[in-house]
Design a protein around this ligand. Structure first.
Ligand SMILES: Cc1ncc(COP(=O)(O)O)c(C=O)c1O
Length: 395
């Protein structure tokens, strides 16, 4: 029973603010992710975890978790230095300083795969591969957005939007003595990362579900055709990556896909409460302390305003989690140094008591804290550092 008293008792004496992960709920989420992935291997999106020890903890949990999708060069190097293997850079990198370091890491035996979506990317990488006399593994990112009557349903990332464009880039990769075509990625952000059960948005939810339904069929066909075309070229790839927390159950069923990516579903932040197909357990949060009682039922906390990235909106605010019945005030939201919380529940809250929040996004929580308290079976079992605690910041 994860109620206010449960966590309040566990964290008695721990100075606030602090962040925590409930390892028992994390384990339940990991099992859910395994089941929903339909037997496919699961690559962990590190941006949603941002702690080396927790990444290792997840990788050790089950053989189905294999490999990391990294989000930046310094991060990939950090993970390689900590012994993590099979690192896929989920996004292209251009900065020469980092490409030099990554090429050296590959030369030294680290398994790092680079993301490209253009001939320009491939040729840029090739320069560093030639300079350091290595063959760099690359993955082609194919766009999976869908256009409906002028509406772009998806993200603006890859420039590869047709089979012809994919072939054009792949031919350039195959022609190079310094690049190796290692994989394909087709990430359907509009399905994996868009909730379709948001409270108070009936019409939007219906529209998103309809768009997802149509988009799914198109993506399935596009991925199958892409793989078939690659095979006809005689290229044998190591992997075809797709999916994210919100689409595992469906992407995992596709024959073309060899591995799915999951990140957010492990911590299950606020934005992942709103999917029709699955529910996750709130496994991560943070606590701030009540420092003022300006009026009956209002408890003002120190700090707490950790707003998520993306298009600005109320859904990017942190969620008061425990005690149940706590909510933010519309006029103030979550503030940088003061966050008033309305509470009408049964607990008698005093100055110094904690209010527990959940971040709207998973890994961004770790940008605000240097460590996470790991809880299991009613007690703190260990403390782990976040990337920030290791001296890395998001950039
Ligand atoms: C390329 C890519 N694949 C997969 C994911 C899925 O991650 P999550 O499970 O956190 O939604 C993301 C997240 O943004 C991504 O950028």
């Amino acid at each position: 029973m994860r109620d206010y008293r449960y966590y309040q008792t566990i964290f008695a004496g721990i100075p606030k603010p602090f962040a925590f992960v409930d390892l028992d709920l994390l384990g339940i989420n990991a099992q859910q992710i395994r089941l929903r992935s339909q037997g496919k291997m699961i690559r962990i999106a590190s941006k949603s975890i941002r702690s080396v020890e927790l990444l290792k903890h997840l990788l050790e949990m089950d053989d189905c978790f294999r490999g990391i999708m990294c989000y930046s060069a310094p991060e990939a190097l950090h993970l390689a230095n900590h012994g993590l293997d099979d690192l896929l850079l989920g996004y292209p990198i251009w900065e020469p300083v980092w490409l030099e370091k990554l090429a050296i890491a590959v030369r030294d035996g680290h398994a790092i795969t680079f993301m490209v979506d253009s001939v320009e990317h491939a040729e840029h990488l090739e320069k560093f591969a030639r300079q350091f006399k290595v063959r760099l593994p690359v993955c082609l990112d194919a766009d999976m957005s869908t256009d409906f009557f002028g509406l772009h349903f998806g993200v603006w990332r890859s420039s590869v939007r047709s089979i012809e464009q994919a072939l054009y880039v792949l031919r350039r990769i195959v022609a190079s003595d310094h690049l190796e075509a290692a994989g394909l990625m087709g990430y359907e952000a509009q399905i994996a990362g868009v909730g379709d059960r948001a409270p108070g948005s009936i019409f939007k939810n219906i529209a998103v579900r309809m768009l997802k339904h149509v988009s799914r069929r198109e993506i399935r066909d596009r991925r199958a055709l892409l793989l078939e075309t690659v095979r006809q070229m005689g290229i044998s790839l190591r992997f075809f990556n797709g999916g994210g927390t919100g689409s595992l159950h469906w992407t995992g069923k596709e024959d073309a896909i060899t591995e799915v990516t999951a990140g957010s579903g492990f911590f299950a932040p606020g934005l992942f409460d709103h999917y029709i197909d699955f529910r996750c357990q709130p496994a991560a949060g943070y606590a701030v302390e009540i420092v003022r009682k300006p009026a009956a039922g209002i408890f003002t906390c120190a700090g707490g305003g950790f707003i998520a990235s993306g298009s600005a909106g109320r859904d990017k605010l942190p969620k008061p989690y425990l005690p149940k019945g706590a909510s933010l005030l519309p006029n103030e939201g979550a503030g940088e140094v003061q966050t008033p919380v309305r509470y009408r529940g049964g607990e008698t809250l005093q100055l110094g008591d904690p209010i527990f929040f959940r971040h709207a996004k998973a890994g961004e929580l770790c940008e605000h804290f240097t460590r996470l308290y790991c809880v299991s079976d009613g007690r703190i079992v260990k403390e782990v550092t976040t990337y920030r605690g290791d001296g890395l910041c998001q950039s």
